[in-house]
Design a protein around this ligand. Structure first.
Ligand code: SF4
Length: 363
């Protein structure tokens, strides 16, 4: 196996910290770096932009202001707070970790990197971020932004997706770490988020330009090196918005797999025709009065792309009992259905963003 070359870093701490103090964005979890706030924000920021996280963060900490309230949160209420952020296992792991923090640490989030690492949903980056930002521990926090900045600073051609490269970058940052560890880590991330961007390095604004090898050698656009990702699998699906007396059918997804245990509108693999949909409703004991095609949509997960078509089906009578009875007997092509009003869809049930294109409009 190829090993990464070390990444000796130039003396970046002073200009980086000066720049950060002058330019850092004001963010709620940055302005008030309580361990709980840093933890929740870092979990939300995984795979999600700062602007998208801001309203979620404020709502989340208003509803669940500390570890104890998170550990005791109702699952549906927790999912509702997370609705639209995606990657719902993050919210489940937050609650699992909160319970462990209550049991093992009396509700105080640990400040030690290794103890943090032992909690569900906390990897090396998040452990480093919490330990350094909330507790001042001198440990690095290496995310994609930081990997890119370091690869460019050192003109490294090592693949930044390899674990060996990440560990080498951690070691280099640990060696360059000043006593203001939390600020240093945040400054590296901020530089990657605002200046040293993936597609355009704004070297003219960069406090490290005079120290940067990629800039000196004109390699900004070529670095970092990343292995090509596998292409996403494309899956057509048909979503059914089934309406009866102003209520809409929803179902709970299985306990395991994609969007586990979240609510969804009934949906099927493939793109179905009106005739197929009507036949399916009939065999589920649902008697359709009308079926109108809805707009197409798509949703992208990490490894899968759903190409969605939709049908709005209005039912003729009160089929609930028939449909559910058949589902219980195992003869229905649809899972057991729950019927929700507009208000319940908005206030109680968490419908993942993948289905938002099919949410009924408010009457
Ligand atoms: S000088 Fe340019 S390439 Fe180097 S770290 Fe700064 S923005 Fe990135």
């Amino acid at each position: 196996m190829k090993t990464s070359a070390p990444f000796p870093l130039p003396n970046i701490a002073k200009p980086l910290l000066q720049w950060f103090r002058a330019r850092a964005r004001s963010l709620p979890w940055r302005d008030c770096p309580l361990p709980y706030y840093v933890w929740v924000s870092e979990i939300m920021l995984q795979q999600t932009r700062v602007a998208a996280v801001m309203p979620y963060f404020s709502r989340f900490v208003a509803a669940l202001p500390d570890v104890a309230s998170l550990a005791a949160a109702d699952d549906d209420a927790l999912m509702k707070l997370w609705e639209g952020l995606g990657y719902y296992s993050r919210a489940r792991n937050l609650k699992k970790a909160a319970k462990l923090v209550m049991e093992k640490y009396g509700g105080a989030i640990p400040g030690d990197f290794d103890e943090l690492l032992s909690l569900p949903g906390i990897g090396r980056y998040t452990a480093g971020a919490i330990a350094s930002i909330a507790y001042g521990e001198r440990v690095p926090a290496v995310d994609g932004n930081v990997l890119r900045v370091v690869a460019r600073l050192t003109a490294s051609r090592d693949d930044i997706l390899r674990d060996t490269t990440k560990r080498a970058v951690e070691a280099a940052l640990a060696a360059a770490m000043p006593k203001e560890a939390g600020q240093f880590n945040q400054a590296m991330m901020e530089l990657g988020a605002l200046v040293c961007l993936p597609r355009a390095a704004h070297c003219e604004e960069c406090p490290l330009a005079a120290l940067c090898r990629a800039h000196a050698e004109g390699l900004e656009a070529e670095l970092p090196v990343k292995t090509a990702k596998k292409a996403r699998r494309v899956e057509p699906r048909t979503v059914l918005l089934i309406e009866r007396d102003g209520k809409f059918a929803i179902a709970k997804r299985p306990k395991r797999g994609l969007l586990a245990e979240l609510w969804e509108f009934p949906n099927l693999p493939g793109e179905k025709s009106r005739a197929e949909i009507l036949a399916l409703c009939k065999s589920a004991g649902l008697f359709a009065k009308s079926a109108h095609r809805m707009k197409a949509a798509r949703h992208i997960f990490t490894h899968i792309e759903w190409q969605l078509s939709g049908w709005h089906i209005r039912l003729a009578d009160t089929p609930e009992a028939v449909g559910e009875k058949r589902a219980r007997c195992g003869s229905s092509p649809l899972p057991p259905l729950t019927w929700a009003t507009h208000e319940e869809l908005s206030d109680i049930y968490s419908i993942p963003a993948a289905f938002h294109a099919y949410l009924p409009t408010t009457p």
